[in-house]
Design a protein around this ligand. Structure first.
Ligand code: AMP
Length: 507
C-alpha cells in the first residue's frame, strides 16, 4: 500500500475539510490538496520522465510546498530524499550523488548553482516558483500502486565516519509508525492541528501522516522556522495544536510562555525527542505549560518508534517512581520489541546497561547501497541502535549514553569525526579532537581541542571561517582550546574522557 493512499482516502471521505495552511491562511481543503498533488505527480512522471522507485530530493526549509511535494512524490510512486536545509551545499551534493536523485527541489530563494552539478540530477526546480505553479495545468495522475516494502523515504543520517548513510524507509515502516502514534503517543481528532515547528525533513515531517489519515489541519508557520512567539500565537488561534520539537526547542518555548505569562491552553500535545531532555527541564515545562507533553525515542533507522513516554506517565506524579520515569524515554512502542544486549548479543537482565536493540515493522531492513554498514547495524533481525540504556522491571528505558560520542546540539546530531576531518585540513593544525559539552540552551555545544603545527599561529575567526567553508554552520565548534598534546592511550587512541575531565576542571 502507498502511504499517499491516506491522502486519497481523506479527500474522498472529507473533501471540504480544511487541510493545508500557511500561518492562519487556508491554502487548500482535502479535495483541493489531493487534486493538486495528483497534478504534480503527473508532471513528475510524464514531464520529468521519472519511473516508480526513482528518487526526488527536497533541499529546502519548511513551507507548505514541502508537504505537497512529499505527497506528489509518493503519489507518483517515487522516493522522497529529504535533505536538511541547514546542510552545506557540498554535503547536499554528496547525498544527491549517493541517492542518485534525478530531480531536486530547492526553495525559491536558493540560488546555489553548484547543486545542479550532481551527475544524476536532470533538473533543479524551485518550489513555489512559476514552474511550480505551472504543474497545476497537468491532468491528475491516478494513484500509483506500491508494495509495502517499496522505498518511500530515503533519510540520510551521518555516520561516525562522517559520511552520511541512507536509511531505507518503506511504506510499511511509515504505516507502522503511524499505528504506533495512535497507540503509544496520542489520539488525533478532526479539529486537531499539526503545527510544523521542527524541520519537515526529519521525523517531525513524518508525523504529518497521523494527521493526514484523520483529515486534520496542517499548519506551516509563515517564518518557516522555530519562533516561540509565532507558535504561541498560532496555538491560540487554532487551539488543539500538536507539535514535535527537540528538547532545546521545548525549552525555548517554555521560557517564552513563562516570561510572557501567555495562555498555553491552545497546545494539546508537545512531543519531544531526538536528544536528551533533562529532569529539571521537563519538570519546569510541566509546571509552566501543564500536562501537554509526550516523549518519543527513535532514530532514522526506526523512525520515531523505539519507545514513548505518554502524557499519562508524565502526569502520574503520585507514582512512587515518577521522577525516574519522567527522566526515562518511556516504554517500548506497541509494534516493536526492545532488548538490552551485551556486545555479543546476549540479552542482559533488568537494570543492567547495554546496547539498545530493536526489531519490528517500523525498523529499517538496511542502508541504501551499503551492505557493510547494514551488516554491522542489523544482525539477526535486530537493529543495533548504538545507544546505551537500561530497562527497569516495569519496562521503562533509561538512556545512559551514546556509544558513539555523538554530539547533539539543538536536536541535530553532530559527528565529531566529521568536524575533526575538516579542521585537520587546515595548515596550522597538527592534531584535533572534538567533543561535546553540556549547554543549557542547545543541550550540547561543540568544543575542539587543537594541537598546532610547530611554530604556527591561528586565530579563532580563521578556524571559524574555515569550518563555514566546509560544513553546516551548526556543526562548527563554539570553543577552540589550544593544547600541547592530546591525551592518548597505549594504542595511540585519543582519550576523550580525559578531555572531558579537562573541561570540567578548567571550564
Ligand atoms: P537521528 O537518527 O538523527 O534521529 O538520531 C537518533 C539518536 O538521537 C538516537 O540514537 C539517540 O541517541 C538520540 N535520541 C533520540 N530520541 C531521544 C530521546 N528521546 N532522548 C535522548 N536521546 C534521544
Amino acid at each position: 500500500m502507498n502511504v499517499a493512499q491516506l491522502l486519497a482516502r481523506a479527500a474522498r471521505v472529507y473533501p471540504t475539510r480544511p487541510a493545508l495552511f500557511s500561518g492562519t491562511r487556508l491554502l487548500s481543503n482535502y479535495g483541493q490538496l489531493s487534486t493538486r498533488v495528483a497534478r504534480m505527480a503527473r508532471c513528475l512522471r510524464d514531464e520529468a520522465g521519472l519511473a516508480p522507485g526513482d528518487r526526488v530530493a527536497l533541499y529546502m526549509a519548511n513551507s507548505p510546498a514541502y508537504l505537497e511535494l512529499i505527497y506528489a512524490i509518493w503519489w507518483a510512486g517515487l522516493v522522497v530524499v529529504p535533505i536538511n536545509a541547514k546542510l552545506h551545499p557540498k554535503e547536499a551534493l554528496f547525498i544527491l550523488d549517493d541517492s542518485e536523485s534525478s530531480l531536486l527541489f530547492v526553495a525559491e530563494d536558493n540560488a546555489d548553482a553548484e547543486l545542479g552539478n550532481a551527475p544524476s540530477v536532470k533538473r533543479v526546480l524551485r518550489a513555489g516558483g512559476s514552474d511550480y505553479a505551472a504543474m497545476q495545468a497537468a491532468e491528475p495522475l491516478p494513484l500509483t500502486d506500491r508494495e509495502p516494502d517499496d522505498l518511500a523515504w530515503l533519510f540520510y543520517t551521518s555516520g561516525t565516519t562522517g559520511r552520511p548513510k541512507g536509511v531505507m524507509e518503506t511504506h510499511r515502516m511509515l504505516l507502522a509508525m503511524t499505528a504506533c502514534y495512535f497507540t503509544d503517543v496520542d489520539g488525533v481528532d478532526a479539529h486537531d492541528t499539526m503545527l510544523y515547528a521542527a524541520p519537515i525533513s526529519h521525523g517531525a515531517g513524518l508525523y504529518n501522516i497521523p494527521f493526514m489519515v484523520r483529515a486534520a489541519k496542517h499548519v506551516v508557520p509563515e517564518s518557516g522556522g522555530f519562533d516561540p512567539a509565532e507558535l504561541a500565537a498560532l496555538a491560540k488561534h487554532y487551539g488543539h495544536v500538536t507539535l514535535f520539537a527537540a528538547p532545546t526547542m521545548v525549552k525555548r518555548l517554555v521560557d517564552h510562555q513563562a516570561e510572557t505569562g501567555a495562555d498555553s491552553s491552545g497546545f494539546k500535545t508537545i512531543i519531544y525527542g531526538g536528544g536528551p531532555m533533562y529532569l529539571e527541564d521537563i519538570k519546569r515545562a510541566l509546571d509552566v505549560m501543564g500536562q501537554c507533553f509526550a516523549q518519543i525515542y527513535g532514530q532514522g533507522e526506526s523512525p520515531m518508534t523505539i519507545t514513548a513516554l505518554s502524557r499519562e506517565h508524565l502526569s502520574d506524579s503520585k507514582h512512587p517512581r515518577w521522577e525516574q520515569r519522567i527522566a526515562s524515554v518511556g516504554v517500548a512502542q506497541s509494534l516493536v520489541e526492545v532488548r538490552i544486549a551485551a556486545a555479543d548479543g546476549t540479552p542482559l537482565p533488568t537494570g543492567e546497561p547495554g546496547e539498545i536493540l530493536v526489531r519490528g515493522d517500523p525498523v529499517m531492513s538496511g542502508y541504501w547501497r551499503n551492505a557493510e554498514a547494514t551488516a554491522r547495524t542489523v544482525r539477526d533481525g535486530w537493529l543495533w541502535t548504538g545507544d546505551v540504556g537500561a530497562l527497569d522491571a516495569d519496562g521503562f528505558l533509561t538512556l545512559m549514553d551514546r556509544s558513539k560520542d555523538v554530539i547533539i546540539s539543538g536536536g541535530s546530531n553532530i559527528y565529531p569525526r566529521e568536524v575533526e576531518e575538516v579542521l585537520l585540513k587546515h595548515p596550522a593544525i597538527a592534531e584535533v579532537s572534538v567533543i561535546g559539552r553540556r549547554h543549557d540552551e542547545w543541550g550540547e555545544e561543540v568544543v575542539a581541542f587543537i594541537v598546532r603545527q610547530p611554530g604556527a599561529t591561528v586565530e579563532q575567526s580563521d578556524l571559524d571561517n574555515f569550518c563555514l567553508d566546509h560544513i553546516a554552520r551548526f556543526k562548527r565548534p563554539r570553543v577552540y582550546r589550544l593544547i600541547d598534546a592530546l591525551p592518548k592511550n597505549n594504542y595511540g587512541k585519543v582519550l576523550k574522557t580525559e578531555l572531558r575531565e579537562i573541561l570540567k576542571r578548567d571550564g
